[in-house]
Design a protein around this ligand. Sequence first.
Ligand code: MF3
Ligand code: CO
Ligand code: CO
Length: 293
Amino acid sequence: MSHARESIVKGVVSPLRDVPKDIGRPPYVGRKRAPRWSGGDVYDAETVEHIRESGRIAAQALVEIGKAVRPGVTTDELDRIGHEFCLDHGAYPSTLGYPGAAGRPPFPKSLCTSINEVICHGIPDSTVIEEGDIVKVDLTAYKNGVHGDNCASFIAGEGSDRAKQLVEVTHEAMMRGIKAAVPGRQVNVIGRVIEKYAARFGYESVRSYTGHGVGPAFHTGLVIPHYDAAPYHDDVIEVGMVFTVEPMLVDGSEENHEWNDGWTVVTDDGGWVAQFENTILITEDGPEVLTAP
Ligand code: MF3
Ligand code: CO
Ligand code: CO
């Protein structure tokens, strides 16, 4: 597998950004662990409207950040744009201070920036974006007590045909997974559709990171795999449910490992990765995207 660009290495993380006191913080900020959610994944209309508002802010932030992705820009600059966008819209950037695994530090930034072979959870830092990079930006906004979570892949500059195909196929895989989320089916139908579509192009779908229930909790405990998990993950899709669909497709093997920063996840073979994510609501007529700008 040959790519022009060198492997991604850790850069320098800038000082913590402030959040004004009047912006409501999620309950996990400053705690060792996120409190466990026991409220289920089906919400009333008022809560759904709040998730829609958080989702819209998160989606609009991605649009603004996407305009800034180009060679020469640091991932820290993307973080600054996303952070300020959230604050300007009365939202807290959900990843800032999100607790890590036991003994690991909380996430220190307001969004995740994951370039090329970085699958997810990349920490914005002094890394300079280069021509042809696939830059995944994952931003979650918290307002009125609920989260809206989304991610998009941007190519810096022109990009190779190979990178462009990976990004396009990943977007289409997400959309097909979303369309399969019909009431009465098991959630494992979503990953089955995604994995099958990816395989047509020789891509593998990451198994160790999944979609999730989202709303009053960032991660509710409901798991949405992006591979065919049947007969497991047999939760039945219901009207009023809210969860994410966020496939990560690899141009290579999906086997992966985490850096010793406790967050950054990279492919073992250096294969490049694209990801898209939407927060969706299940309605009687089928799925509806809540992270729409
Ligand atoms: N937004 C990511 C997701 O889709 C979670 C990021 S958690 C962080 O679930 F701590 F890494 F930021
Ligand atoms: Co998510
Ligand atoms: Co996300």
